[in-house]
Design a binder for this molecule. Structure first.
Ligand code: SAM
Length: 238
């Protein structure tokens, strides 16, 4: 029986935000590497591994069997949190899904907000939309981490029910920053976002409607805001 499951940097960053001792509901668990690794390290006492599809849930069961933790994981075939009862979990992780899917899962489970469960979210896409949804729907983003695998930089958010100051549009893209923030990948992340916004603006400017295209001026503001954030970040590093 394997005793240790080494996570990749992305899932390691997700794991680092899971509160010690929490019963974790891992939604969209697929292979269940996250809950199994946390169980093996003794960081959590038990977990619910949930997935929408039978194939991924079978993979989750296989991993649990290989690592000898089947007795501490409850497997649920369900959409989002629909198969999990309030009171069964102390924290929720949703990793490796689109930001809009994550928001839809949370909006269908108000009890997560009522119980003020810590959330650990790792959106693969639509990060600005997820930040906006969280801060406008009664959640505060408590911390953000970045993780790199090859060329890709992943964002991991921890959030919980609470008041949140409104975010500017560039902050929705990049997350908040503050002096002394422990974020070695922050500069590279801002560069990546600037390239992405710059490419989108160029594409829009080349289109038939050009700068009159809906959304062009909003995106231009995002770009300007990101440039400011990059400048500010570089000053803080000096
Ligand atoms: C790319 S995998 C991510 C696996 C793992 N969480 C990770 O980050 O490595 C996404 C998983 O989410 C599941 N999924 C997608 N939509 C879902 C939903 N609405 N509810 C539950 N699971 C979902 C898919 O079946 C798939 O197994």
């Amino acid at each position: 029986m394997e005793r240790r499951l080494e996570l990749t940097p992305r899932l390691r960053a997700v794991a680092s935000l899971v509160p010690r001792g929490a019963r974790l509901a891992d939604v969209g668990t697929d292979h269940a590497y996250l809950p199994v690794s946390l169980l093996l390290e003794g960081r959590i006492p038990g977990a619910i591994a949930a997935d929408l599809r039978p194939g991924p849930l079978d993979r989750a069961r296989d991993t649990a069997r290989i690592y000898g933790c089947t007795d501490r994981i409850s497997f649920r075939l369900c959409d989002g949190l629909t198969g999990i009862r309030p009171g069964e979990a102390d924290a929720v992780s949703i990793a490796g899904m689109g930001g809009e899917t994550i928001a839809a899962i949370l909006s269908a489970a108000e009890w997560v907000k009522e119980k003020r469960l810590p959330l650990i979210l790792q959106p693969m896409t639509a990060q600005p939309e997820l930040r906006r949804w969280l801060t406008r729907n009664g959640y505060a983003i408590l911390e953000e981490k970045l993780a790199q695998e090859g060329e890709l930089i992943y964002v991991i958010l921890s959030a919980r029910a609470g008041e949140s100051a409104p975010m500017g549009s560039a902050e929705e893209w990049a997350g908040r920053q503050f002096p002394g923030m422990d974020a070695p990948l922050r500069g590279a992340y801002l560069d990546h976002l600037l390239r992405k916004a710059g490419r989108a603006l160029e594409g829009m400017a080349r289109s038939r409607m050009g700068r009159e295209l809906p959304g062009y001026h909003e995106l231009e503001q995002v770009y300007e805001g990101l440039l400011e954030m990059k400048k500010e970040w570089e000053q803080w590093l000096r």
